[in-house]
Design a protein around this ligand. Sequence first.
Ligand SMILES: Cc1cc2nc3c(=O)[nH]c(=O)nc-3n(C[C@H](O)[C@H](O)[C@H](O)COP(=O)(O)OP(=O)(O)OC[C@H]3O[C@@H](n4cnc5c(N)ncnc54)[C@H](O)[C@@H]3O)c2cc1C
Length: 506
Amino acid sequence: MESTTIEPGKGDREKRVAIIGAGLSGLVACKECLAEGQDGGVEITADVFEARAEIGGQWAYQAEPDAATGELHSSIYDGVVLNSCRDTTGFSDFPVDPARHGDYFTHWQMHQYLLEYADHVNLHPHIRLSTKVLRCPQERTYDAVISAIGYNTIPLVPDFKGLKESFRDEFLHGHYYRRPGRFGGKRVAIIGAGSSAIDIACELVPGCREVHLVTRRGTWVLPRYCLGKPVEAWDNRATQIWMPARLSEWLQQKLLDVVQGPHPDELKPEHRLMQQNPTIRSEFLERVRTGLIKIHRADVDGFEGDHALVLSDGTRLEDLDVVIACTGYSRDQPHLPADVLRGNDDDDDDELDGGITNNPGPAPPAAEAAARYVVGAIAGHHVPPSGAALAAAIRSEQAWRRAAFVSSPRHANTETYVPYIDDLLAPLGADPTLGRLLAPRLLLGNHGSLLTGLRGLGAVYFDVTSNAQWRLCGRGAKPELAVETILRTARRDKEFSKREKELLGL
Ligand SMILES: Cc1cc2nc3c(=O)[nH]c(=O)nc-3n(C[C@H](O)[C@H](O)[C@H](O)COP(=O)(O)OP(=O)(O)OC[C@H]3O[C@@H](n4cnc5c(N)ncnc54)[C@H](O)[C@@H]3O)c2cc1C
């Protein structure tokens, strides 16, 4: 593999941007850099450096660690089906094709979608594969560096007592899990209750002798569908922006109780439904209720003897064959100067982490909004807060977050999805406020009909949150395509509309 230190740029007037990583965040950042010039703004040259030999980041599946480097970037296992739905997951101006994708689709299809996106917006000439960025020196180099390295790569394993000294059976982090087959007939304990833990527990049930899941706090687990609609359709712009949070939460909790019955006591957390990132797996509760997955509501005390896991409530899980730790990932960005992630703040507040956020929704819309915000700043369309102002903003955000979300590393930087994207796009005038949506140009839609315009307005507020709503207005708007996509999504059509195909050049 080629390694690189980012080289000096050409001068102040020419914008040159280095992007680290060609996962979906890096790809959309590159596309937004190019779009800035194409839309008549600043010409930005973008160079994308990707450590691996292919693009797609997490979605470029790896069966095993890279033979040359020993590195394993992707955590995707064979059975991954997206837990965000087709109509929320695509990029705003390149919707996922409903003729080729179900409501929820496989990781293979997600990777293919990213390859098609890179072709569609012609990114390949800008990407250097097999080129790992080792560091970004602080002298003037590129005009800007966008780090898009993801954070599902460096597994975190707590320092469990007795693990190294005594435990003789297999112990692995969930990052290395790929398929259930080799665990057939075994007694397995899974530590953690995040999305991967829940998924892996379900995958292991059919073949394993016993599946235990150890969780300190419990968790809410949602089904993929509620009353025939993808579950995300019940949490939309109207519920996130207009409805008081407690009322929206109460309604959603009632809906869930109707759809899947009361949450099992051993799993029910003390925090409320909206205080955590959603975990989605339809059959999980059934497997808990039938006793196929045994929940232990406790912390891990340590490992004892050759085969036992001891829990804080005194339980000993004896004769285990395998323990899988789904205990999260490190957010280190070793190639960046340390102060970059601290908002350049001088004080020693370890909690200031320069705005790394955790979104309880699909990644592509959030990554795209972040890219538009950053490229907007690079091109001079707005001035982001810096130094003390940024530190103060992060602190006040964190105070709000501590009140709104359960306190844990996994939820440390969680945002509310729609308002978060609106906030990022507000400096570009691209947040679809009611005032903007009521403008005759938009309300009358592509078809010059008030009825169609009102349908579109209703879909933006009350239907599944299509990313196209953030292309209706402001800088980078593509209102005709956006309206077509929003209306087609609301109609639940199984293929693109004729006009949508024309606008997409298909
Ligand atoms: C099991 C699982 C299921 C998921 N399900 C969903 C889902 O249903 N919906 C959803 O929206 N999201 C889901 N996600 C989240 C997923 O991580 C994001 O969708 C997305 O992959 C994040 O993209 P990214 O570009 O930010 O990071 P990544 O995809 O991790 O890409 C980062 C890229 O940076 C490269 N890189 C890293 N360091 C360097 C360096 N120093 N130099 C050069 N290149 C470097 C890496 O090789 C990689 O290609 C899931 C994740 C997992 C693990």
